[in-house]
Write a protein that binds this ligand. Structure first.
Ligand SMILES: Nc1ccn([C@@H]2O[C@H](COP(=O)(O)OP(=O)(O)OP(=O)(O)O)[C@@H](O)[C@H]2O)c(=O)n1
Ligand SMILES: C[C@](O)(CO)[C@H](O)COP(=O)(O)O
Length: 244
């Protein structure tokens, strides 16, 4: 693996992909607009990022179809830059990066790092943001929040519509990738461009950086930083947020 050249991060900009439809949540609206403790999930996520002193600004991708929902959230997050999302999560992230390449001075682009964080992860803690920033500033390489796998991991096969254990996977050195994922802005922009050119399947920013030959650090984060994906995740997220 070729070593990604080191950069000295001067500033951090948060990118929040929030343009999904939330199909797995099976709700009446995209899940990022569902309410927890009288605030939308997107509101909670933007508030965590906005309150962190080391994050200079936020660029958020929302679906052009979410006009009403987006307007209600951005009414009290007016300093957040709003960008149209794309078909896939990676497209939404790329649209935010592309916006920044067109609106930041070149000198600023070269020393800016982005922290890409799912709108669907409202339980992120400030301490985890600090741990990630401290790592990349010390190491000069990009990194992601992640948690080591705790359970025995089974690979499944399906027969007659039923899942069966095919085999048990080696779980040593196996981690759950979380977000934020933090990389130099222009490195991530180029890595995603290359990933799109090779038609790669990109489910997180680290995948693009790995394919681009970069190092990706793993910074252990809190399990409570769950991605709200299925209906049962909502109650758990509410407990975590109310316990903050
Ligand atoms: N085209 C897309 C798809 C997803 N996302 C965002 O990426 C994050 C993680 O994606 P996921 O949890 O998969 O959200 P959805 O794609 O909305 O969920 P589903 O796959 O169940 O439809 C979410 O905050 C989602 O809003 C996005 O910005 N643009
Ligand atoms: C980026 C991510 O949250 C890291 O685990 C995950 O890859 C998002 O996947 P999704 O299918 O878009 O929810």
């Amino acid at each position: 693996m070729t070593q990604q050249s080191s950069f000295n991060p001067q500033q951090f900009i948060a990118i929040v992909p929030a343009a999904g439809v939330g199909a797995r949540m099976q709700a009446a609206c995209p899940k990022q607009y569902l309410s927890i403790d009288n605030k939308s999930i997107l509101d909670h996520t933007l508030s965590v990022l906005q309150s962190h002193p080391r994050i200079k600004r936020i660029v958020c991708a929302i679906s052009p179809d979410d006009g009403y929902f987006g307007d209600s959230v951005f009414a009290h997050h007016q300093q957040v830059t709003r960008v149209d999302g794309g078909v896939e999560r990676a497209d939404s992230v790329f649209n935010c990066l592309h916006y920044l390449t067109n609106h930041l001075p070149k000198a600023e682009l070269e020393c800016t790092w982005v922290m890409v964080h799912d709108a669907a992860r409202p339980c992120l803690s400030g301490a985890d943001i600090d741990a990630l920033i401290d790592f990349v500033q010390h190491q000069g390489h990009g990194a992601i929040l992640a948690t080591p796998v705790r359970d025995t991991m089974k690979r499944a096969s399906t027969e007659n519509g039923q899942n069966w254990v095919s085999h048990t996977e080696e779980r040593q050195h196996l981690w759950h990738a979380l977000t934020p994922q933090c990389f130099p802005l222009m490195t991530l922009y180029r890595a995603l461009q290359q990933a799109f050119e090779r038609d790669a399947t990109i489910t997180d920013e680290a995948s693009a950086i790995e394919g681009f030959g970069g190092y990706v650090g793993l910074v252990e984060g809190q399990m409570s930083n769950l991605k709200i994906t299925h209906p049962q995740d909502l109650a758990l997220a509410e407990l975590i947020i109310k316990a903050r």
